[in-house]
Design a protein around this ligand. Structure first.
Ligand SMILES: [Fe+2]
Length: 479
């Protein structure tokens, strides 16, 4: 039987699988491409090769596809490949899906019991001379940075003992260390977490386990120059439910949220847990310590922001309460009972970023993809509403500016590119999806003034499915 995808939000319209692998040289460009953008933008997202085994599934379950957008000598080349995961290879051999519901191995075909379910669909990371494709429920895959060929599973030369490696590690711009963590280290729905640190040359130098207050969807964490902050929000896992074929994650606001704060030069056993009312954030923009105050800037919602995750009491999804706003959580190390919460920008959104050089210190500027719900929304990505603004926040002046290119254009995650000598604010790159023509462009913006519109627009010859995350690797880093 041929593959036929369900006509659900995750698989139809702009979310319809694309399943293209391609090499395109010299893409057409309108406008002026800044000459100091020289390097490669890697992006990863899900694009299911086969229709889901159970008839439907979450958007986030798709097979990982990596694309590279290479800027060289005023020309732009595009390449896209599936990550050849064990899962994909097994399904391609069978000609159909073999793995069941999202993060539920108990729903798999018996023929793949005990095999690697990882999709490598979330984040590309360049570190220690290696390009890794991450998915938080499994180990990274290493890829060739030029051909995008899959080289194999990366467990850091056998040093990493945990079976998972979360998708949002933090690169220290001063030391070159990569801070990361693993969760569900003892299997599905366990609360075991491991702090991991990778040296600049790619060796795992720390892996220290601890127990979180409960098993939770720990998608991101935060690192400052002095501290590491683990975030535990009440999107929870339960092994009995998973074994019975139920969802891995359920929102349970009978539980409080927690932030575990430890010193970078300390031990996990010294972690201080701050307790907060229920809330949820997928993504951290940045974090910094000033004296006894540890600040984490993140896109925070009052409750579960992902409509694909059900409420434990079957309460309907609440888009207002689930809207994430850029928020500063301030933890006072002298008072572990109090957490200050400050809203930093007026428009909800997600996919926050700062210049790589600003990471772990107080940033002057930050960027994110905004969603003005008063504008006609387009399907796109996991939540059913694609971002319709690209936002810039100046934290010194408080100024908020945003780019909007009309009701039929939505944006994927913006990525910051530094200018060649660091004298200016640099650039932003983002995929702009044109819904009226079912096509995608790449817009190049001045990071200082994204609201003024593209400096250059790069035209792709087809629609790109929404990716999750990207990373910029300048040609200087590769030379
Ligand atoms: Fe993410």
């Amino acid at each position: 039987m041929t593959t036929r995808f369900p006509q659900t939000q995750a698989f139809s319209g702009p979310n319809a699988p694309v399943r293209i692998e391609c090499d395109i040289e010299d893409l057409p460009v309108d406008g002026r491409l800044p000459s100091d953008i020289e390097g490669t933008w890697y992006r990863i997202g899900p694009d299911p090769k086969f229709a889901p085994l159970a008839g439907d599934d979450l958007y986030v379950a798709g097979d990982g596809v990596i694309s590279s957008v290479k800027f060289q000598n005023g020309r732009v080349a595009f390449k896209m490949r599936y990550v050849q995961t064990e899962r994909l290879l097994r399904e391609r051999a069978a000609g159909r899906a073999l793995y069941g519901a999202y993060r539920n191995p108990f729903t798999d075909d018996a023929s793949v019991a005990g095999t690697n379910r990882g999709t490598a669909n979330t984040t590309p990371v360049w570190h220690g001379g290696r390009l890794l494709a991450l998915k938080e429920d499994s180990l990274p895959y290493e890829l060739d940075p030029d051909t995008l060929e899959t080289l194999g599973v990366c467990n850091f030369q056998g040093q990493l003992k945990s079976p998972t490696f979360a998708a949002h590690p933090k690169l220290d711009p001063e030391t070159g260390e990569l801070f990361a963590f693993s969760y569900e280290c003892d299997g599905e729905a366990t609360n075991t977490v491991a702090l991991c640190v990778v040296s600049p040359d790619g060796k795992l130098v720390r892996e220290e386990r601890f127990e979180a207050p409960y098993a939770s969807f720990m998608h991101d964490f935060a690192v400052t120059r002095e501290h590491i902050i683990f975030l535990v929000f009440p999107t929870t896992a339960d092994l009995t439910r998973i074994k019975s074929g139920g969802a891995h994650w359920v929102w349970d606001d009978s539980k409080d949220a927690y932030a575990g704060v430890m010193r970078r030069d300390g031990a996990v056993s010294e972690m201080v847990w701050f307790r907060m009312p229920p809330c949820y954030a997928f993504h951290v923009m940045n974090a910094f310590t000033e004296g006894d105050l540890v600040n984490v800037d993140l896109c925070l919602a009052d409750r579960n922001p992902f409509p694909g995750i059900d409420d434990i009491n079957n309460a309907p999804f609440n888009p207002e309460a689930g809207a994430p706003f850029l928020t500063r959580l301030t933890f006072d190390l002298k008072d572990s009972k109090e957490t200050r919460k400050t809203r930093l920008a007026p428009m909800p959104g997600d996919m926050p970023s700062v210049a790589a050089s600003s990471a772990m210190s107080r940033q002057r500027v930050g960027y994110y993809a905004g969603l003005d719900p008063s504008i006609e929304l387009h399907n796109g990505g996991p939540t059913g509403a694609a971002f319709n603004h690209l936002c810039r926040v100046d934290f010194e002046s408080g100024a908020f500016t945003a780019l909007h290119l009309g009701k039929d254009v939505t944006f994927q995650e913006p990525i910051h590119v530094a200018d060649s000598d660091g004298s200016g604010e640099g650039y932003l790159l983002a995929v702009a999806d044109r819904h009226d023509e079912v096509m995608s462009d790449i817009v190049v913006l001045s990071a200082a003034n994204p609201e003024r519109g593209p400096l250059a627009t790069i035209h792709l010859p087809f629609r790109l499915r929404n990716a999750f995350h990207g990373t910029w690797v300048s040609s200087v880093c590769r030379s």
